[in-house]
Design a protein around this ligand. Structure first.
Ligand SMILES: NC(=O)c1ccc[n+]([C@@H]2O[C@H](COP(=O)([O-])OP(=O)(O)OC[C@H]3O[C@@H](n4cnc5c(N)ncnc54)[C@H](O)[C@@H]3O)[C@@H](O)[C@H]2O)c1
Length: 258
């Protein structure tokens, strides 16, 4: 355990597995206190208890980021359990992948409710407290889908483009109050979400191999590799980094097709 995040009291959403869990583990290792939110009660409790057993100050609650009342209550509970939140990592998100004309209104709404409005709900709930403390950091987990489009993944990339817009907008609005708002854009990361994506193809193994082949290094990222960047961006090691986005995709998105 080191102390790069000593004094940070970070709320992390979607923290029970995948990238959110790896970020929580890395932040705890760097001395942060954490308040974890997820919909999956069983996984959340198991992982939060494991982190507590490792010596970290951890609070947690089961809530949906779409439920602003529950999120506001979580922020209050966090203040009691670990102290007032001074950093927020908006990580929870879901794949909503369709052919555009086959996208139902319900799927469109679900996509934007979770991937965009959910991040705003959490940000809105923590921002007044962060400003009152003289500043802090917000990190939105976007995606390379915030820059480019994979056909038939509609409307997920639209929500990630908008999340990047929100990052820029809030970064400008609150810079004068000491708040940094940034985004991190992973490419493919080995989580359940990506396994589910491969499983949506008739030949999942061929889909997996095709993804690996697209990457200059022949592999995709681990959640831990994304967490390394998240720790840096939420720490005080980049005080002038604001309203920007860091891509971590192993070079995938700069490769031109031959
Ligand atoms: N895995 C990738 O390749 C990849 C790439 C780029 C960006 N991302 C983004 O990273 C983030 C995490 O992705 P992941 O792959 O770790 O996903 P994951 O599916 O492995 O984990 C997501 C977690 O979020 C929780 N969650 C979902 N909806 C929620 C809600 N409404 N309220 C609270 N919690 C909720 C789930 O229960 C789950 O534990 C997402 O925003 C995703 O869009 C992932």
């Amino acid at each position: 355990m080191t102390d790069r995040l000593n004094g940070k009291r970070i709320m992390i959403t979607g923290a029970a597995q995948g990238i959110g869990l790896a970020i929580a583990q890395a932040c705890a290792n760097e001395g942060a206190s954490l308040f974890l939110i997820d919909l999956d009660a069983g996984l959340l409790e198991t992982e939060a208890k494991a982190l507590q057993a490792g010596g970290a100050a951890i609070g947690y609650t089961v809530a949906s980021i779409t439920d602003i009342t529950a999120i506001s209550a979580a922020v209050e509970r966090a203040a009691t359990e670990i102290g007032p939140i001074n950093a927020m990592i908006n990580n929870a998100g879901v794949n909503v992948f369709h052919e555009p004309l086959e996208t139902s209104d319900e799927e469109w709404q679900r996509c934007f409710d979770i991937n965009l409005k959910g991040a705003w709900n959490c940000t809105k709930a923590v921002l007044p407290g962060i400003i009152a403390q003289g500043g802090g950091a917000i990190l939105n987990i976007a995606s390379t889908h915030a820059f480019t489009i994979i056909p038939k993944t509609f409307p997920y990339p639209l929500a990630k483009h908008a999340l990047l817009g929100m990052t820029r907008s809030l970064g400008l609005e609150y810079a004068g109050k000491g708040v940094r708002v940034n985004a991190l854009a992973p490419g493919y990361v080995s989580t359940q979400k990506v396994i589910d994506y491969w499983n949506s193809f008739p030949d999942p193994e061929a889909a997996r191999a095709e993804t690996m082949k697209l990457h200059p290094g022949g592999r995709i990222a681990t959640p831990e590799e994304i967490a390394l960047a998240a720790v840096f961006m939420i720490s005080d090691e980049c005080p002038f980094m604001n309203a920007t986005c860091l891509k971590i995709d192993g070079g995938l998105s700069v490769q031109q097709h031959p």
